[in-house]
Design a protein around this ligand. Structure first.
Ligand code: NOJ
Length: 754
């Protein structure tokens, strides 16, 4: 074809594209409904016909911005090169670009300088908020409050979208059984059922009813798959799990996120059973895209494409690009491998261009769904940015979430709640005055020192006299020796004779998170020594724990009368903790993850399976019991469970039964209980857990009040991945357990006939 003819054809195509975009009925600013899928497909297809191979590959290339790297920065890649690529349409997305000014400047390059003017996806890790920070996800999960969790994700989307962001790398839906792994803070804990419900809530929170709304953004289920099962809890480590764990434990939250309409998936750093997830075609193509019918796109994790060379799965970056693409990774986060090698691989005949088209199509579809072609600056309104971020109302919303996330682990002698007047309180612990640590990890956009400290909170809500001593320093480097003895002496002196000692101990916000695995689960630094020294002079201790993972605190559990799990609760930490300690808020959180007694018990989780020798399976030096079971959490009031009933002793696959029981508030405070339903499938084609969570309900009760709680069980409730490699239920006897934790109080059984 002659060059002139090519130019004419190109000109016609561009004219057609412009016409196509202009005549779309849902023009600028009017629409609220999603554009019909068929229309978007037609637009994407027609745009694809205009694109060169390089431009399509460009859509699959994501660069980090020039600030805030959230991973190692690749060598030899400079800003000038990235700018050049932006201007020539070789970039489809940027991450870590934030704030209207920055986003607008970058988007302007894509829209005004490139040949086709395709807008960028702007990605960001909204793990627990943008600027107004919510509790870490593990803490939020302790609320078991799906509505609150959905609202929290919606708030993150509201603030981030006002700062120019249109896509988040959240939620992390990895089921975590190993608290040594620092990223347990980012997930919903150990249970696939709770994890699935929370995954749905978060996806819906971020994406809302329509992505065309200005306050909603695209979500991303990560890390697909198996990342949290890293051997020895060491981040990025090898993962080797069998079919049953993969399908019955790891996959359910991903499937739930997909069914909730999540627009993107992120693959993972780890190898899974010998194949890096990023190059795993079974995971990404066979399962996710073919069997599960996922129509969105998969982004690689940061550098995870080229890291396949280090895994020993690709001999160089080019082969890594080939393997990742063939396996179904659609977008390359920051490793530059797609940008540098895909075109050559197509030209060499190693990759069919239809695979590039498929990836680019998936990415472009999201850009249309977000309404970026109609208005690329949709999220770039300076006035909205000023009005929406960090408001008083947002702070009230994260305070509400923070209170709901607190778990009362122990309250002997009813030491809590504290009186608001007349007490002489010693407040001890360096974390008590810290205004940054409570924000937790993963809060890049938050300002340092922006959290309300425990000290500020305690002072605000009371007329009590509070004196403070930090006790011991807390270094992020746990190997650094702290030789200062004076701090402990001062704290001990101060604690003597006080009515109450509030000790605020735990982990710094940056002790957990990515690449923050720990081999021990005790209090970092010399905090245990401080605790024991203070205990010698005053035993009226309330221990407030600030941490990002379950800790093994045996000594404290034995000796300390009141223990409050307050995690890293975000911007409003101190206010939430004070409201709980003073009884303005009655705690109702329940642990989403088992707390072990020792590191040697790990992995320890409630839904384990019996072995052939369940009776004799034990340690010689440790009990089998955890420190705190999954689902545990106390209240200032008490709840009793009674009258467990089934509507029938048996049912079949066409029917269902109802389980009901009565909860009564038998104490003196109004309170909220998370009523939990567990089942056990006694005999099946593959062995089944001793208990599996199948339902829960938050029940609020006045003192003396009772309520009947009901759950419906049908054959869907009983499904699992069977020996026939199928999601199905099997006939047999099932035990039913109900109660306020996975220990449960009542028990019955039913028969299921297929
Ligand atoms: C690496 C992390 O594993 C992932 O979760 C995160 O989204 C990316 N970095 C981007 O920051």
């Amino acid at each position: 074809m002659s060059q002139t003819r090519k130019n004419i054809l190109f000109g016609l195509s561009v004219a057609f594209l412009i016409l196509l975009l202009l005549v779309a009925p849902e023009s600028y600013g009017q629409k609220k409904e999603n554009t019909p899928v068929s229309k978007i497909t037609a637009k994407v297809d027609s745009l694809l016909t205009l694109m060169t191979l390089e431009e399509k590959i460009g859509q699959m290339n994501q660069y980090n911005g020039f600030w805030n790297a959230t991973g190692p920065v690749p060598k030899n890649k400079n800003s000038a090169e990235k700018y050049r690529d932006l201007e020539t349409g070789l970039v489809g997305s940027m991450l870590n670009v934030r704030g209207v000014a920055q986003v607008k400047a970058i988007q302007k390059i894509a829209v005004e300088k490139t040949r086709l003017g395709i807008p960028l996806l702007i990605g960001f890790d909204l793990i627990h908020g943008y600027k107004t920070i919510s509790p870490i996800p593990l803490a939020e999960s302790a609320s078991w409050d799906l509505e609150a969790i959905e609202k929290s994700a919606a708030l993150a989307a509201l603030e981030a979208s006002a700062a120019g962001i249109n896509w988040t790398f959240a939620p992390m839906v990895d089921i975590s059984r190993d608290p040594r792994w620092g990223r347990v803070m980012e997930g919903a804990g150990e249970d696939p059922y709770l994890g699935s419900r929370i995954a749905e809530a978060r996806v819906i929170g971020f994406q809302g009813e329509s992505l065309s709304d200005v306050h909603t953004i695209a979500a991303c289920a990560k890390h697909f798959a198996g990342y949290s099962f890293a051997e020895a809890g060491k981040d990025y480590n090898t993962v080797d799990v069998g079919t049953s764990t993969l399908y019955n434990t790891i996959f359910p939250p991903f499937i739930a996120a997909k069914n909730a309409g999540v627009k993107t998936f992120m693959n993972a750093f780890n190898e899974l059973n010998g194949i890096p997830s990023t190059g795993n075609s079974f995971l990404q193509r066979t399962l996710l895209k073919d069997r599960w019918g996922f129509e969105g796109f998969v982004v690689s994790d940061w550098l995870s494409i080229t890291e396949m060379v280090s895994h020993g799965y690709a001999k160089n970056d080019k082969e890594a690009a080939l393997k990742a693409l063939l396996a179904g990774s659609d977008m390359d986060m920051e490793s530059h491998a797609y940008r540098n090698h895909l075109a050559a691989l197509v030209k060499e005949g190693k990759i069919e261009e239809r695979l590039i088209d498929d990836a680019a199509r998936r990415i472009l579809r999201l850009k249309f769904e977000l309404g970026l072609f109609e208005d690329p600056y949709k999220y770039c309104d300076v006035e909205r940015e000023k009005a929406v971020i960090g408001t008083q109302q947002n702070n009230e919303r994260v305070l509400d979430m923070a209170k709901k996330s607190i778990v009362l682990l122990k309250n002997k002698k009813k030491i809590l709640p504290l009186d608001k007047e007349g007490l002489n309180i010693a407040l001890i612990g360096v974390l008590a005055a810290d205004k940054t640590s409570p924000l937790g990890n993963w809060c890049i956009a938050a300002e340092e020192q922006s959290a309300v400290s425990v000290m500020e909170g305690l002072e605000k809500y009371t007329k009590n006299k509070i004196t403070y001593s930090p006790g011991v320093a807390l270094d992020l480097d746990e190997n650094k020796a702290d030789t200062d003895r004076l701090g402990i002496q001062n704290a001990v002196q101060m604690a003597k004779g006080k009515d109450i000692v509030v000790l605020v101990l735990g982990e710094h916000g940056l002790h957990s998170g990515e690449d923050k695995s720990r081999a021990t689960l005790d209090l970092p630094g010399r905090q245990q020594e401080l605790l024991e020294a203070v205990y010698k002079v005053n035993q009226n201790i309330v221990l407030v724990l600030l941490n990002g993972r379950p800790l093994a605190l045996n000594w404290a559990e034995k000796k300390i009368p009141a223990i409050v799990e307050a995690w890293h609760l975000g911007t409003q930490s101190g206010n939430a903790i004070a409201q709980v300690l003073y009884g303005d808020y009655n705690p109702s959180g329940k642990l989403p993850m088992t707390f072990p007694k020792s590191v040697g018990q790990i992995p320890i989780y409630y839904n384990y399976k019996n072995t052939g020798r369940a009776w004799s399976q034990k340690y010689t030096d440790e009990s089998n019991d955890p420190l705190y079971v999954f689902g545990h959490g106390l209240s200032y009031t008490n709840f009793s469970y009674s009258a467990l009933e089934l509507t029938a002793p048996e049912f079949d696959s066409k029917g269902s039964i109802e389980v009901s029981f009565v909860i009564k508030n038998t104490g003196n405070y109004t309170g909220k209980e998370v009523a939990q339903l567990y089942l056990r499938d006694l005999v099946a084609s593959v062995t089944r857990p001793v208990k599996e969570l199948k339902g829960f309900e938050l029940v609020s009760l006045q003192p003396g009040e009772s309520k009947k709680v009901r759950f419906v069980i049908d054959s869907k409730t009983l499904e699992f991945y069977s020996a026939r490699e199928n999601w199905e239920s099997e006939a047999g006897t099932f035990k039913v357990f109900v109660g306020g934790s996975s220990k449960t109080q009542l028990e019955t059984e039913f028969l299921f006939n297929k």
